[in-house]
Design a protein around this ligand. Sequence first.
Ligand code: HEC
Length: 174
Amino acid sequence: MSMRSVVLVGLLACFATMVQADDKPRLGVSVDETAIAASNFTILPNGEGLPAGGGDATEGEPVYVRACLACHGVKGQEGMNDALVGGHGTLTGDLPVRTVGSYWPYATTLFDYIRRAMPYTAPGSLADNDVYALTAYILFLNGIVAEEDTMTAETLPDVRMPNRDNFVWAYTPR
Ligand code: HEC
């Protein structure tokens, strides 16, 4: 047996011992309903999964100023991170500006995204009412809803995004 084979057989033997040392696969602790609910909170385009509560743009503005403005700029523009407002009518031009308002097809995604990922430094820290209010505020700044329109699980799925019909279904229908 060559030196290389000896080393390999030795390594395999070690590995086999390590595997045998565990009498069962350590896949973690069993999950209960609370743990499942904490990570399973996707909202579908039709609004399925939206929680109770609500908020409008007037309520959203102070939350935005406190938690979002530093990165996304005054009224969602000219911040150091993505613009959340504007770009309307630019998508077919030479310099398309893709924002939530000009590009995203579903308003419900905005709720899901903010709740899941923002503020960038503290995702998951906002109450559902604040997320509704921020969603309303960003939609209002984009001219998509009125300032007094309250976003809830009932109203948000009915908000029609301007670019809604310009996406192509990439999968062949069966
Ligand atoms: C510390 C900086 C920071 C803060 C604060 C912050 N964001 Fe963001 N935000 C980002 C970054 C960075 C991205 C891009 C993330 C990526 O592409 O993965 C982003 C992306 C987004 C997007 C998606 C934009 C797009 O067109 O793809 C939305 C919507 C958004 N943020 C909303 C918010 C809201 C609402 C708040 C306040 C609750 C907030 N953000 C606070 C940094 C921040």
